[in-house]
Design a protein around this ligand. Structure first.
Ligand code: ADP
Ligand code: MG
Length: 848
């Protein structure tokens, strides 16, 4: 079949027409339609790239990037690296002549950080966009910004097999959408009849068994999906060891294989073929001739791991949408069958879709990249989907702690820029830079690898295992990493033999995964010119590197007796019981996990600990380490005390009470705070004081012309501070008089005016003096028992007749029975109605 027969050519004229009039295009067509290989060629052939312009095709996977470039070069009859080239991390095939360039997603963003206008690039194709990788999202946002500013001529094409085009359509508007249905044949889906636990029955054995079972059903090739290199090689072994599958040639396909082996997997053979692949064959690559798919339902998924504060790749169940894509691989050229290694019931419980990476990954690396391009306000970056504000904040805080951001976490530092050279999580970049200085790049690369995988040192082993571990690996008091490193070396030397590993309680498969990661970290370090030679290194230097990368997880033991700790950023935690670092007062935890305890409380468990010395904090983070004299209020003795403190960021490393007296103004301020919060009570601050303040305030309100200032809340605080001034403890202020200080606030004339206008008591016509109560709102109130009011008529006023007074008439028991403005009215209207009842209740009083 010639490539020109591929379904995508239905859209050829529409694609070219759209791009001549518009700068944005969405192409949606099923896998295998010819999007990745044909669209770039169309652009070139129809002159849409101009004289010398280049199309850059963004790919989520390294393996697919190289293979697509190779395939397109072959179709065009040119050597790879000539007109068609590719560029992935640590590897590229390009030349002056290259017009079609396949790249992995991170590459373009990096190019933008030193060539903001992307000169020479005429079109960017965002392939496999449905995968919604973080770098894809961000590259698209940046490309749009570029198109809207300096590069209006730049063309953008977003391609995908399945796509929620709704969201994208509004994001890219105005934008044309071209859809091709492609061609496909029906695929029969089979599930396992019974649920299987892969821990008891290895997934590769089940896969091989199912291959055997369905081999006779068709004459086509088979495609088996496995999560990673290790499972793939076990599956290949299992298939090759199965006599019933002798007629098949079997090939692994994953990113860690050498290119020749990858090419062998997609080549055509006389014999029937079984390809055992990662999810690169899900939508990125199409392998012709497949009619049977065996899907284990698992994939390695990158996800932020809050325990480790980094992204990790762990094996997880794929979504139902992914499973459908995988099944579709069987129906490309003829009707096919897909066997799912899970039950139909289990299928119903799978997530319908993967979360986009922007919602599930740690953002610190991306934030650093954006800051390097001068985007300081990350929250208002034009995201396709905004990340959680918490996730952004976490990223910025971590970057600031690593020394990569300054200026209130806004701008990138020199150190931050240097860290960006390393295409790894900023934590590791920071550790690498420290390691280069301290001559321990190799061990640091190993530690980085160790934190990436699952913990392979099993807990809760038997006495014998514990003993064997101690005999073989020795004890460890400096860093849990060191024990882990020795355990890994032991397992590696033993070639991950199950027996050798079991003896020390090592999860062989977990340990095995560290090797390739270690190699990868070393390769990156070497490429950046770090010294990766093997040499004797000092444990102290390595621990300092751990500190550089994990200073945001510095913990201080609260006491020797318990495992309780305080951490920077105001957190508390418990050192894990199994940690060997039980003696150190200070350490950093490379893992933090929250464990629900009894009664719903959450314990923060700190593990993978490394002992730290305080002097290193000062040495490595001079700006974050401070010695201060702190004056604090000590609740237990109700007294202001003065301390000398050494702090790392917000964590108090040590506080010693000091004999020097606290400065009086600071002490007064602290005591005032306690009084205002109601935790300390001034006995003399009574109702009379409050009445007095209210009188002043009402006077200011009712008679502004008298120019008496009201007493505000701030004045109250000042007043309390005056009372507290000169004292250190509650005992000294408890009974201090308030009134004299309060009265000092006003002049003698003002005091006289208050007594004149708003007196404390009012003398009535019968010569009695009754108390007036002033409130924040409403009129003043005179309260008097009925008997005291006999013979008095009319209304009362204060302030030379300008403020009306309410009269509260009290029963003999001092309870109010009536409120009135006018006593004459009261005697006439209300009194006759209540008199009988009152005289019956209080017969011994006089009732006129
Ligand atoms: P899409 O991107 O729409 O999934 P591709 O452009 O990748 O489609 O592939 C279109 C067709 O080209 C495939 O169906 C396959 O037949 C062929 N093809 C692509 N890459 C290769 C390759 N490396 N080797 C052999 N055939 C290939
Ligand atoms: Mg494709």
């Amino acid at each position: 079949m010639s490539p020109r027969d591929l379904p995508i050519y239905e859209l050829e004229s529409a694609v070219t027409a759209a791009l001549r009039t518009s700068g944005r295009l969405i192409v949606q067509a099923p896998t295998g339609s010819g999007k990745s290989t044909q669209i770039p060629q169309m652009l070139l052939q129809h002159g849409l790239l101009g004289e010398r312009g280049e199309v850059v095709v963004l790919q989520p996977r390294r393996l697919a990037t190289r293979m697509l470039a190779k395939r397109v070069a072959e179709e065009m009859g040119t050597p790879l690296g000539d007109v068609v080239g590719y560029q992935i991390r640590l590897e590229s095939r390009l030349s002056e002549k290259t017009r079609i360039r396949f790249v992995t997603e991170g590459i373009l963003l990096r190019q933008m950080s030193f060539d903001a206008a992307l000169r020479g690039v005429s079109t960017i194709v965002f392939d496999e966009f449905h995968e919604r990788h973080l770098y894809g999202d961000i590259s698209l946002a940046r490309a749009l910004q570029l198109q809207q500013t300096t590069r209006p001529d730049l063309k953008l094409i977003v391609m995908s097999a399945t796509l929620d085009t709704g969201l994208l359509k509004t994001y890219l508007a105005p934008c044309e959408i071209l859809v091709s249905q492609g061609r496909s044949f029906p695929v029969r889906i089979e599930y396992l009849p019974k649920s299987v636990n892969f821990d008891n029955e290895p997934v590769w054995e089940i896969a091989a068994r199912e291959c055997e079972r369905v081999a006779g059903e068709s004459s086509g090739d088979m495609l088996v999906f496995m999560p990673g290199a290790y499972e793939i090689s076990r599956t290949v072994q299992a298939i090759q060891g199965n006599r019933a599958l002798r007629e098949f040639v079997t090939f692994p396909l994953h990113g860690e294989l050498p290119p020749e082996q990858q090419d062998r997997a997609v080549a055509r053979y006389e014999a029937r073929k079984i390809i055992v692949s990662t999810n690169v064959a899900e939508t990125s690559l199409t392998i012709d001739g497949v009619t049977t798919v065996i899907d284990c339902g698992l994939a390695r998924v990158a996800r932020f791991d809050p325990h480790r504060g980094i992204n990790t790749l762990l094996i997880e169940k794929i979504s139902a949408a992914s499973a459908d894509q995988r099944a579709g691989r069987a129906g490309r050229t003829a009707p096919g069958v897909c066997v799912r290694l899970w039950t139909e019931r289990e299928h119903g419980q799978r997530a319908p879709q993967e979360l986009p990476e922007v919602k599930r990954l740690d953002l610190s690396e991306v934030v650093l990249t954006l800051k390097a391009s001068g985007i300081d306000d990350i929250a208002n970056f034009p995201w396709l989907e905004k990340p959680e504000p918490k996730a952004l904040e976490r990223a910025e805080t971590l970057l600031a702690d690593l020394g990569a951001l300054a200026g209130g976490k806004r701008t990138i530092t020199e150190l931050g820029r240097t860290m960006l050279r390393f295409p790894v999580h900023p934590r590791y970049a920071r550790m690498f830079l420290a390691a280069q200085e301290r001559g321990c790049v190799r061990p640091v690369a190993l530690m980085a690898a160790l934190t990436q995988g699952r913990n392979f040192l099993l807990r809760g082993g038997s006495k014998e295992v514990e003993q064997a571990r101690e005999d073989t690996l020795g004890e460890e008091h400096e860093s849990d990493f060191f024990l882990l490193m020795r355990a890994w070396r032991y397992a590696d030397k033993a070639n991950y033999s199950l027996d050798a590993c079991r003896r020390l309680g090592i999860h062989a498969q977990g340990a095995r995964q560290v090797g390739p990661l270690f190699e990868q970290f070393l390769a990156i370090a070497e490429k950046e010119g770090l010294d990766v030679t093997e040499r004797r290194t000092d444990g102290t230097e390595i621990r300092k590197c751990v500190l550089a990368g994990f200073s945001d997880q510095l913990a201080k033991r609260l006491d020797g007796g318990t495992l309780r700790c305080e951490l920077v950023h105001n957190r508390k935690g418990l050192l894990a019981r199994e940690s060997g670092i039980q003696q150190a007062p200070l350490f950093v935890a490379a893992e933090i996990s929250e464990v629900g305890g009894r009664g719903g409380e959450v314990n923060t468990l700190l593990s993978l600990a490394t002992a730290i010395e305080e002097a290193w904090l000062k040495e490595i983070f001079p700006d974050d380490y401070r010695e201060v004299r702190a004056v604090t209020y000590d609740e237990s003795i109700k007294r202001v005390v003065s301390r000398r403190e050494r702090r790392f960021r917000d964590l108090v490393l040590e506080a010693k009470s000091s004999s020097d007296e606290a400065p009086l103004n600071e002490a007064a301020a602290l005591l005032t705070k306690e009084v205002l919060a109601g935790r300390l009570k001034l006995e003399a601050w009574d109702e009379a004081v409050e009445q007095w303040i209210t009188r002043v305030n009402r006077l200011a309100e009712w008679f502004p012309e008298l120019e008496v200032n009201p007493l505000t809340d701030a004045d109250r605080a000042t007043l309390i501070e005056q009372i507290c001034y000169g004292e250190l403890g509650y005992r000294d202020i408890k009974d201090k008089p308030v009134m004299p200080i309060l009265k000092d606030w006003l002049t003698a004339e003002q005091l006289a005016v208050i007594d004149d206008y708003l007196p404390e008591k009012l003398t009535m016509a019968n010569g009695r003096r009754s108390r007036i109560t002033y409130a924040r709102e409403g009129p003043p109130v005179l309260s008097a028992r009925i008997q005291e009011l006999y013979g008095i008529e009319g209304k009362f006023t204060l302030g030379h007749g300008r403020v009306a007074v309410k009269i509260e008439v009290l029963a003999p028991n001092q309870r109010p029975i009536q409120v009135t403005d006018d006593l004459t009215n009261f005697w006439r209207e209300q009194y006759p109605k209540i008199k009988a009842e009152l005289s019956r209740r209080y017969p011994r009083h006089e009732w006129r």
